[in-house]
Design a binder for this molecule. Structure first.
Ligand code: GLY
Length: 377
């Protein structure tokens, strides 16, 4: 498998999320932003649309999108929120409800989330709860949102004690991915998105992991064909997993998507969502989960090294910084995560590259020891 063998990067790649009456399409295509108006008119049939974005993305992608809506005869205002994880708070969420009421939105209206994971999660949560739920569409502009956050209907805001601690499952009506948006994405954000791409390889697809190893240079150089393939493949994995286990049920496979996230979310929460991008925290979390799996003799040292090497080659961290919070604080933060049930820790651990399982039997002391022992950079 190599990127050159795939279809023309200008053609639309379509992935379907099969969820009965809540099924929808993920459409991936360069230049798609300018077609969102037409697509929206046929998918959602909303009379009024509110586009939610942030102040960084608005000037670059918001104006073209607003124009595309106008030319399709859809009336749609553009709301620009402050950028960053800080927007996923109750205060910003409330201000968005106020705007929805001020603008006269009703149950037939539709929200469009234009941006990264923060905008998607927040807008999705407002769509899930405003008037008991209205339609929303995801138009992700970061790699991380394209391959993970925009698909699957997890919507949320943060609570000071828990990332995504307040939320709802609410599926979008469609996901429109304009891969051209990656041309202007800052390098650090591109790398952060690659963490979630690597995740799919480790959790369930050894061949895809090997493809990433072979094509990493092309991905980092933003080769459109390689990026479109990585997005489509990641979305296919996620669509299949979500189609089988929409609500992350006990014993279901959706929990596997949390590989690297038990440690990662604890890092983010402990640092008050500052200091690391989500993908960076997940990258460290994947390395720590790899170390825990190694200590439990679940997989071979060569496999752990192969994953760590790929994470490093992607320009992502595998170690905490010396200045990061104490191991005991990070360990305590894992207990506020939603992946804990009845106070019991749950870890998604690899048993091979391409194979993972949920482990509920990791004693607290064993998890704490990983935080304590792993050297810092
Ligand atoms: N990001 C994990 C999930 O959507 O289940």
């Amino acid at each position: 498998m190599n990127s050159a063998s795939h279809s023309d990067s200008g053609a639309a790649r379509v992935v379907r999320v099969e969820l009965g009456p809540r099924s929808y399409e993920i459409r991936i295509q360069p230049g798609l932003l300018l077609k969102v108006g037409q697509l929206l008119a046929t998918t959602v049939k909303a009379r009024r649309v509110l586009v939610v974005t942030d102040r960084n993305i608005g000037p670059v992608h918001g104006r073209p999108l607003a124009k595309a809506l106008q030319s399709a005869g859809i009336s749609g205002d553009l709301i620009e929120l402050p950028p960053g994880e800080g927007a996923k708070t109750w205060e910003v969420c409330k201000s968005l409800y106020d705007i929805c009421f001020d603008q006269g939105l009703d149950r037939s209206s539709c929200l469009v989330a234009l941006g990264g994971g923060v905008i998607g999660d927040l807008t999705g949560f407002v769509a899930a709860t405003f008037m008991r739920g209205i339609d929303f569409v995801q138009v992700p502009t970061t790699l991380l949102a394209m391959v993970d956050a925009s698909v699957g209907g997890k919507t949320a805001i943060d609570h000071p004690r828990s990332k995504n601690g307040i939320g709802a499952f609410h599926q979008p009506r469609a996901v429109f991915i304009d891969s051209d948006a990656l041309k202007t994405l800052p390098d650090r954000d591109l790398k952060s998105g690659l963490a979630e791409v690597i995740k799919y390889g480790v959790i369930e697809d050894a061949a895809f992991f090997a493809w990433i190893e072979q094509n990493l240079a092309a991905l980092l150089a933003r080769d459109p064909e390689a990026l479109s393939y990585a997005i489509e493949h990641s979305c296919r994995s996620k669509a299949r997993i979500v189609g089988e286990d929409e609500r992350e049920s006990e014993g279901g496979n959706r929990a596997l998507l949390n590989y690297g996230h038990t440690f990662g979310h604890a890092i983010e929460a402990c640092l008050n969502y500052q200091g690391y991008l989500h993908g960076e925290a997940v990258a460290i979390g994947m390395a720590l989960a790899g170390e825990l799996a190694l200590r439990r003799k679940l997989w071979k040292p060569e496999e752990a090294e192969r994953v760590e090497k790929l994470i490093l080659r992607a320009g992502l961290p595998t170690k905490l910084r010396l200045s990061d919070p104490a191991p005991e604080l990070l360990h305590a933060a894992t207990f506020s995560d939603k992946k804990t049930r009845g106070g019991q820790l749950r870890f998604v651990l690899p048993t091979a590259i391409g194979k993972t399982a949920v482990f509920k039997d990791v004693p607290e002391a064993e998890a704490l020891k990983v935080w304590q022992d792993v050297p810092r950079a």
